[in-house]
Design a protein around this ligand. Sequence first.
Ligand code: GRF
Length: 203
Amino acid sequence: MQKKIVFLCSGKGSNFKAVVEHIRAKNLDVEIAGLISDNSSAGALDLAKSFGIPTFVIPFEKYRQEKEKFHLEMERVLVELAPNLVVAAGYMRILPTAIINRFVNRMINIHPSLLPSFKGLKAIEQAIAYGVRYTGCTTHFVEEGIDSGAIILQSIVEILPNSMESDLTAKIHAKEHKILPLSVEYFLTDRLDVQGRKVIIRE
Ligand code: GRF
């Protein structure tokens, strides 16, 4: 049966774009059922419209005093769309347990560091400040705990002594645009086997 995918995005949406382009270029058999954003001015929304993908805005600002309602609304939209896979492509909020539990081993996140180092916000700044020689990006399944689920793919970027944060960010983004589409492809083609913390990628 054809699978369904839904994206969660808060920002620009360059990772979302990379995944959609990969799905289309590879002709993967999946329905892109929608993009949900918590930010009504997210660039990802314009991209989705240009791709002809349905958009759903649940503006966090509107629910600032009522986080529970915000999450219930997001859960309602997700249940209605009934995706097999949810991709958090630059979604900047912590998801509630109720949503995480609905998508165990079916929700993928992209994070701009080599996890488990530098979890949470400003991961690239954290890596520079710490003085590591290498950083990168990671795709992983979402579980409770920030950026802590089983790792699918990682890609390395060297931090040179004179690396500017903007250059490093661009290099990491370029790697993200490779590992996120690939992770989604592996999921859609049933190649990912989660065994505890380990994700086996079948040939
Ligand atoms: C990426 O760096 C991703 O790792 C992080 O948020 C950023 C999203 O960028 N979670 P974009 O919206 O995909 O351009």
